[in-house]
Design a protein around this ligand. Sequence first.
Ligand SMILES: *Cc1c(COP(=O)(O)O)cnc(C)c1O
Length: 425
Amino acid sequence: MEKIPFVTKQQLEQIIEQFPTPFHLYDEKGIRANAQAVREAFAWNKGYKEYFAVKATPNPFLIQILHEYGCGCDCSSMTELMLSDALGIRGEDIMFSSNDTPAEEFVFANEIGAIINLDDFTHIDFLEQTIGKIPETISCRYNPGGEYRISNGIMDNPNDAKYGFTKEQLFEGYQRLKEKGAKRFGLHAFLVSNTVTNDYYPALARTLFELVVEIKQKLGIAIDFINLSGGVGVAYRPQETPNDIRAIGEGVRKVYEEVLEPAGLGNVAIYTEMGRFMTGPYGCLVTKAIHEKHTYKEYIGVDACAANLMRPAMYGAYHHITVMGKENAPCDYKYDITGSLCENNDKFAIDRMLPKIEKGDLLVIHDTGAHGFSMGYNYNGRLWSAEVLLKEDGSAQLIRRAQTPEDYFATFDCFDILKDMRYPK
Ligand SMILES: *Cc1c(COP(=O)(O)O)cnc(C)c1O
């Protein structure tokens, strides 16, 4: 499928008059339409809830938009809990799916009434000692080990993943939690990341539904909610077919009717914790070509770098690039598109066929709406970019300003160096 930016060149030229490049731009219209589609796809399940994985895009404006469609927050750290709480999203609207969790985070999660999703068997006692009780509602994260296959393809190796309880621990864990006073139970698993197939959720659902039936038979404990977590992916490459959330919802419904209902478990609520699927395609990194370099290869240097988008450097991830205004020009130049970090992996694209790029051209790097800005870091003293929302009415709103040198140096306030700092005009 051809990848077309959600913003036109003309719109971008107006936006950059207000907000200099680089910045992440988000598409309000796209986020809303997708959130609505997710809600409809699972409307067959009475208790359905999507907990947006805050780590994907921890921006209050975007979280607020998603909240209008019934989304809660999936938090993994103290600051994510604080952000959600400050937005008034609390209580069972928060799923606290963390791992290697510090005690104070359990305390705060409990204080604001979040559903705690335990990553490990030993956390049962740790939680009880930390907050003085086991909450009435509690969830456990399952790791089946081995390889996870759907039909004939192996998808991932849960065996190597640090997350979750083994099956034996899970059975013992629920029993223990019940003895300690828990009354409502959840089951959670995240087995594969960025799946581009409508079969992942239904296959995961079958694994979890069958397990829930077994738990009921062996322990007499009826699980109240099943959290399919994240992992629904995005078609980063033009030749991939995007996931169809309606087909995914229908696929889960079939397995629900086949496995849970006959076992008398037709009241189980389905939860999801999607991040990437909720915002990934509805964000892009807007950057400008500032240098061209001809050595053993052809390079285009842009004003963004891996500090603004780490995925290509970290995972070799593909992000499609559109040179604005040259959509119909032949892609007859082979470029490495580079940032300025003193790291040779700071390349948004390697050997990418693109139209001839001139200095000053605007480049749109696609699908940065999740795990984009949020993975940013400050290596080389590079600062975080701004985040801008392209609103439904076509106007642009700053939803996070760019980091400034003052922000960057602020943690040196224990030295008196700050008074000597000279800032460029
Ligand atoms: C990262 C994460 C998610 C979201 O994953 P996506 O691939 O962005 O959908 C959900 N749940 C947990 C526990 C996670 O760590």
